[in-house]
Design a protein around this ligand. Sequence first.
Ligand SMILES: [Zn+2]
Length: 73
Amino acid sequence: MTPLPKRRHSSARQGKRRHSISIKETQLVSCSNCGKLTLSHQVCKNCGTYKGSVLIAPKIKTKITKVEENTKK
Ligand SMILES: [Zn+2]
């Protein structure tokens, strides 16, 4: 005989289990620097700042490379 569950799970218990599996909507927060919607607790992809400090160079890479070339000469 195969092992069987002793009691049936209630529909509430089933719902709780299925809720944890469900895909949650992403929580977006407006950036304190540029005001664009970004993921919370993560660096803003638009301006590259987190908690007021620039960590990543902004998205516009072409302009930055031109500035770097000018400084080398
Ligand atoms: Zn930003």
